[in-house]
Design a protein around this ligand. Structure first.
Ligand SMILES: [Zn+2]
Length: 127
């Protein structure tokens, strides 16, 4: 870590010296200016790079969240081939998918049924 900092400072100094040598009459002025500009430039470059890394990581996180929350159901196409296919199920929007065999757009409806339950006598969570 410390080695890296000294290496960076060394290169920055070297580049600054080279620039200052071009304008040898105002050596220290050009040296300071080149040094400062390099630090500013790489600071902004680093910030932009860091932000892009954070953005990339967040996109991966979102993708992971979407994958974790996928609900897949196997449905049968109403075409003649009786093709069975895995489809992403969602309750908040219409489910349409394309059949792999007949290439037709199919809409799948989620059918929720109610059943009468009896009052349980024994509870697992009660002693
Ligand atoms: Zn089909």
């Amino acid at each position: 870590m410390l080695n890296k900092i000294f290496f960076s400072l060394g290169i920055t100094t070297l580049v600054s010296v080279l620039f200052a040598l071009i304008f040898a009459t105002k050596f220290w002025y050009v040296f300071a200016l080149a040094f400062l500009l390099q630090i500013l430039f790489f600071y902004f470059l680093n910030t932009v790079y860091e932000n892009s890394l954070i953005e990339k990581a967040q996109k991966i996180k979102i993708q992971q969240y979407i994958e974790e929350n996928r609900q897949v159901a196997t449905v049968q196409c109403p075409c003649d081939q009786k093709n069975m296919q895995d489809v992403d199920m969602r309750f908040d929007q219409d489910i349409t998918y394309r059949c792999n065999n007949c290439n037709k757009n199919i809409k799948a409806n989620v059918d929720v049924k109610t059943v009468l339950i009896t009052e349980p006598i024994y509870f697992n969570d009660r002693a």
